[in-house]
Design a protein around this ligand. Structure first.
Ligand SMILES: N=c1c2ncn([C@@H]3O[C@H](COP(=O)(O)OP(=O)(O)OP(=O)(O)O)[C@@H](O)[C@H]3O)c2ncn1[C@@H]1O[C@H](COP(=O)(O)O)[C@@H](O)[C@H]1O
Length: 114
């Protein structure tokens, strides 16, 4: 269903990864990854990010979609292992949006007063 394809999937995926924390590593990639610790999670994120930038640099959109999903998954795993929640990051983005909104408005007002 197209209408369900939105950012909410990140919140759901975060919860799933978090739930896997104490699961059997044989049955869950997340459990296996989280058991290896924060250095391993960060390393996997780095590897996926490099794969992503290669697909961007070589203009391969289909592969970039797939690698982007890997990057997002491993980013969420980093949040889980560092005990930060998606809301923490959404709040930071929201704060930045508000700041840049104020700046944009101020700059528009400045231009119109000239
Ligand atoms: N979205 C993902 C997801 N994206 C990427 N990956 C895994 O990330 C890994 C990255 O591929 P690599 O070949 O680099 O890694 P690997 O060789 O498997 O692992 P390493 O031994 O190198 O660490 C693959 O094993 C993918 O399966 C994911 N694993 C799980 N999920 C979702 O996470 C949720 C929980 O899944 P489980 O933890 O498996 O129960 C489910 O909704 C899954 O769909």
């Amino acid at each position: 269903m197209k209408s369900n394809l939105n950012g909410e999937i990140l919140d759901r995926l975060y919860k799933k990864i978090e739930e896997r924390k104490n699961n059997d590593p044989q049955k869950s990639y997340s459990a296996k990854l989280l058991k290896k610790g924060s250095h391993k999670v960060a390393q996997k994120f780095g590897e996926e990010a490099v794969e992503c930038l290669i697909e961007c640099a070589t203009k391969n959109p289909q592969n970039l979609i797939s690698e982007s999903a890997d990057v997002l998954y491993h980013l969420l795993a980093m949040w889980v292992i560092t005990d930060i929640s998606p809301e923490d990051v959404w709040a930071e983005l929201h704060k930045r949006e508000k700041i840049s909104g104020i700046e944009e408005k101020a700059s528009r007002n400045l231009k119109s007063s000239k």
